[in-house]
Design a protein around this ligand. Structure first.
Ligand code: 6PG
Length: 238
């Protein structure tokens, strides 16, 4: 049995979850700036974090001292409607938060594999450990772009680099775009705290199973749960 460092924050409503999450993100960023002069926020796509991003964008924080970097990205143009970059710009990097320094994953390389070295070099410039990393989880047990049985998953779980290229097995969850850049497991765990956001009964069941049994190839989120180096706060609402 692996050790775990999980705190479950289960709420009655998404509103209550978003209020606590927003306040706690603000606290982490302010603490990071106070301690080191800069803070690093790693952000995921997905519907769950959007309300907290919108809330944060309206806070008068010293955003020029905050680096916002991506947890994962589809290997598509930065203007593509499915790119997480577009999503982060539309939700978080508005209002006051426009002043943040945004580090993206997609670069001009023809493939994610070929783009890895440049992306890694950019991520190595960030303050480490990151102050806070926001993860989502899919109904297939993926987190970041660590997808079940993906091409590149074994490397992503073991590499000491922060980022890696993944080619997921196509499914309803991945859609057509299976080529991704993502934080590796090492990159995910290179954070003072991880916020794992999940909602609904189906995902709660997936999470509970992943917590019970570490079948990492089938349910990669297990790798984040079955370790005790970094605190994982699991945010759930119906
Ligand atoms: C993707 C999605 C995906 C998403 C999770 C959680 O890149 O395929 O962004 O990873 O983050 O499926 O989604 P929700 O936040 O909508 O639950």
């Amino acid at each position: 049995m692996f050790k775990m460092a999980i705190v479950e924050k289960f709420f009655d409503s998404k509103e209550a979850l978003n209020a606590e999450l927003s306040a706690s993100l603000e606290k982490s960023l302010v603490a990071g700036i106070e301690a080191d002069g800069r803070a690093t926020l790693l952000v995921s796509g997905g519907s769950s974090p959007a309300p907290a991003y919108k809330h944060l964008s309206g806070l008068a924080l010293p955003w020029h001292d905050i680096d916002v970097a991506m947890v994962d990205e589809r290997w598509v143009d930065a203007t593509h409607e499915k790119s997480n970059e577009v999503f982060i710009k539309e939700t978080l990097l508005q209002g006051y938060a426009k002043e943040a320094n945004f580090i993206t994953m997609k670069n001009s390389a023809l493939s994610a594999v070929q783009g890895t070295a440049q992306c890694e070099a950019e991520y190595q410039k960030l303050k480490q450990p990151f102050d806070v990393t926001i993860l989502g989880m899919g109904p297939d047990g993926h987190t970041a772009s660590l997808f079940p049985h993906a091409d590149g998953l074994a490397h992503g779980l073991t590499t000491k680099e922060l980022v890696c290229a993944i080619n997921a097995m196509q499914s309803e969850v991945t859609g057509d775009i299976t080529e991704r850049m993502t934080l590796s497991l090492n990159g995910i765990l290179n954070s003072k705290v991880i916020k794992l956001l999940i909602s609904g009964q189906e995902k709660l069941d997936v999470y509970m199973k992943a917590k019970e049994k570490a079948d990492i190839d089938a349910t990669p989120v297990s790798a984040v749960l079955h370790q005790d180096n970094v605190l994982v706060e699991v945010y759930w609402a119906p």
